[in-house]
Design a protein around this ligand. Structure first.
Ligand code: T46
Length: 292
């Protein structure tokens, strides 16, 4: 692969009075199945992250908040991409060296990976990378995809939903990284990630239920409140940490409000977008709960 195989991908952007929403689905907005999602945050000014090549991992990188630069190098040429809008992603094929630098204050880099984390996939020495780029090994083992059934919709209550403490890799020097790996972190596989941003003060989002969808909701920047409702009980959760997520079962009504300035609400979802999975009227939702 060469730097000519890297490309900026424009993601969908839905703008309305409540703010913006963008999303990325496997195969549709990236040419691979999602195996891993991770995000970098709290990166101190002047720090460079990356500084390695990945032999088998393909990536899509998005600036969810703030801005940064990605320098990609194929051993012959290098190219710099500036990411500063959350509706653009940079696709990096396997086998290329990359460095991420010039992080702005409050930058959040969201990255999708095509394989699970493997220390053996990394080349961290630039001279070794140059030798590899001239003659890449072939037939490196890649773990098979773990395709599992989506949890069938049943009568979950708000008490089946919980805050989850996510894997946080902290470095005093380079900031934080939180990762979610399919088949490891959550009881569902992530097929789509979407995020809500630029929400004007006082606006609400949500106000619907999903029939089958499982979700993990994360405040990757700023804070907001999520209120879940199972038709009998309501339960509110205040989200304000990029290393914690709210696991939401299907069949529950949700309202999101109290968005802080600069809040980014990222949702990892168990399926691709399907408008038939939505119940948008509260009356229909109560009906759905009664009929099951
Ligand atoms: C949820 C809360 C937390 C797509 O085309 N694809 C997508 O993947 C999504 C999520 C949305 N869209 C379109 C559909 C609408 O035209 O984006 C537009 C705004 O979506 P919606 O009005 O559903 O946005 P919210 O903030 O009310 O709800 C969203 C999610 O839809 C929902 O799953 O749980 O965030």
């Amino acid at each position: 692969m060469t730097i000519n195989d890297c490309k900026i991908i424009e993601l969908p952007k839905f703008l309305d009075v409540r703010g913006n929403l963008s999303f990325a689905e496997q195969y549709k907005h990236m040419p691979f199945a999602i195996r891993r999602v991770y995000w970098l945050y709290d990166v101190p000014g002047g720090i460079t992250r990356g500084g390695h090549a990945e032999k088998n991992n393909e990536e899509l990188i998005i600036a969810l908040s703030g801005a940064f630069e990605i320098v990609v190098d194929d051993g012959v040429k290098s190219k710099t991409f500036v990411l500063n809008r959350s509706y653009y992603g940079l696709y990096i094929p396997k086998g290329l060296w990359r460095e991420i630098k010039e992080f702005s204050t409050n930058a959040v880099a969201l990255e999708f990976g095509s394989i699970p984390y493997s220390v053996d996939d990394y080349i961290r020495d630039y001279d070794k990378f140059l030798r590899y780029a001239k003659c890449p090994e072939t037939n490196c083992p890649v773990s098979p995809l773990n395709i599992r059934e989506i949890t069938p919709s049943k009568q979950y209550s708000v008490f089946d939903c919980t805050m989850v403490e996510l894997d946080k890799h902290h470095s005093d020097r380079t900031g934080n990284l939180t990762v979610i790996e399919n088949g490891v972190t959550l009881p569902f596989d992530v097929k789509r990630v979407y995020y809500i941003y630029d929400v004007p003060g006082g606006e609400n989002r949500g106000a619907h239920a999903h029939k089958k969808l499982n979700q993990l909701i994360v405040a990757v920047s700023g804070s907001f409140k999520v209120t879940l409702d199972d038709g009998h009980c309501k339960r509110s959760f205040f989200l304000n940490r990029p290393y914690q997520g709210l696991f939401v079962q299907p069949g529950l009504w949700r309202d999101l409000d109290d968005f802080s300035s600069g809040a980014v609400c990222m949702v990892l979802a168990s399926d691709v977008y399907d408008q038939n999975d939505y119940i948008r009227s509260y009356e229909d939702f109560i009906d759905f709960r009664i009929k099951g």
